[in-house]
Design a protein around this ligand. Structure first.
Ligand SMILES: CCCCCCCCCCCCC/C=C/C(=O)SCCNC(=O)CCNC(=O)[C@H](O)C(C)(C)COP(=O)(O)OP(=O)(O)OC[C@H]1O[C@@H](n2cnc3c(N)ncnc32)[C@H](O)[C@@H]1OP(=O)(O)O
Length: 259
């Protein structure tokens, strides 16, 4: 097993555990990642997931350049998802629950692309970020050409993707690629604090907010506002909304049930 999963109350932690290979993604690890994503989706008590890497040097070095199984592997293939190749492969890459990426070190190639799938990214302050695919005759294939420019701007993204150059944590913070940069010794504690802050909230409200938030990157403003309005209307009729208001009036903590 190269992917470790742990559940602490409502918080799931997924760890890429191949430090001997810089947490690179070989074929087996990709399949295990798909399994971990499915576990998060299918486990009702999980309200938020943290994705991180083993060790304190590298989060994920991207595709395993030494795995012969990857020489002609199509990670959108049925081998990965157990079904015919999906024309909407990328929808498989994100869970519907919020994901925090605790970047414990260098995030390169597919490793940076994994981090870009998260909704919140915090980093160890020694980490470097890059997509060196073009330097090894490949190209980004898990979303970087689309997600990175939306996140840091086309010019900064082009500088990284076309040269294969890396940026450090300070620049990643300045560009908005990450929201926080902390010493690696405090990274997991900070990720746990953020995860707890999400997990204690009304789960339907969080997932509706996440659905609208994720649309903001892709949808025209007018359509995004319509989606927000629609979801707001759905949330208004939930038991948890009534519970939240009752708890405020009665000066007690709310007991959210996800309905
Ligand atoms: C639904 C959930 C998800 C599903 C699946 C999602 C798929 C996502 C992937 C999609 C892929 C799309 C296309 C992407 C392509 C790529 O990613 S190309 C690869 C890009 N990466 C690199 O070029 C990084 C190369 N490595 C390095 O730059 C350095 O190793 C490092 C990471 C900066 C670490 O340096 P250092 O700490 O000095 O350690 P090293 O001695 O260099 O490495 C330690 C050992 O790890 C091995 N290793 C490092 N990187 C890789 C790698 N990419 N592949 C295989 N092995 C790697 C390295 O060889 C060392 O091993 P030993 O020599 O045996 O000690």
């Amino acid at each position: 097993m190269t992917i470790r999963t742990e559940l602490d109350g409502r918080v799931a932690t997924i760890t890429i555990d191949r430090p001997e290979a810089a947490n690179a993604l070989d074929a087996a690890t990709r399949r295990e990642l798909v399994g971990a994503w499915r576990w998060v989706e299918e486990t009702a008590e999980i309200r938020v997931a943290v994705l991180t890497g083993a060790g304190d040097r590298v989060f994920c070095a991207g595709s395993d350049l030494r795995d012969p199984a990857l020489d002609d592997f199509d990670y959108a293939s049925d081998e990965l998802f157990g079904s015919p190749p999906r024309e909407h492969f990328h929808r498989e890459l994100q869970t519907t629950k919020p994901m925090i990426c605790a970047i414990n070190g260098h995030a390169l190639g597919g490793g940076l692309e994994l981090a870009l799938l998260a909704d919140i990214r915090i980093t160890a302050d020694h980490a470097e970020f890059g997509c060196p695919e073009v330097t090894v005759g490949s190209m980004p294939g898990a979303g970087a050409t689309q997600r990175l420019p939306r996140l840091i701007g086309t010019s900064a993204a082009a500088g990284m993707l076309l040269t294969g150059s890396r940026i450090d944590a300070t620049e990643a913070l300045r560009l908005g690629l990450v929201s926080e940069s902390v010493p690696v010794s405090g990274l997991q504690a900070r990720a746990a604090e953020l995860a707890a802050g999400v997990a204690r909230n009304a789960p339907l409200s969080v997932r509706a907010t996440l659905r609208a938030l994720r649309a903001a990157d892709e949808w025209p403003l007018e359509h995004g506002l319509e989606l927000e309005r629609h979801l707001f209307g759905l949330i208004r009729s939930t038991r948890d909304r009534a519970e939240g208001r009752a708890a405020f009036r009665e000066r007690r903590d709310p007991d959210f049930e996800g309905r």
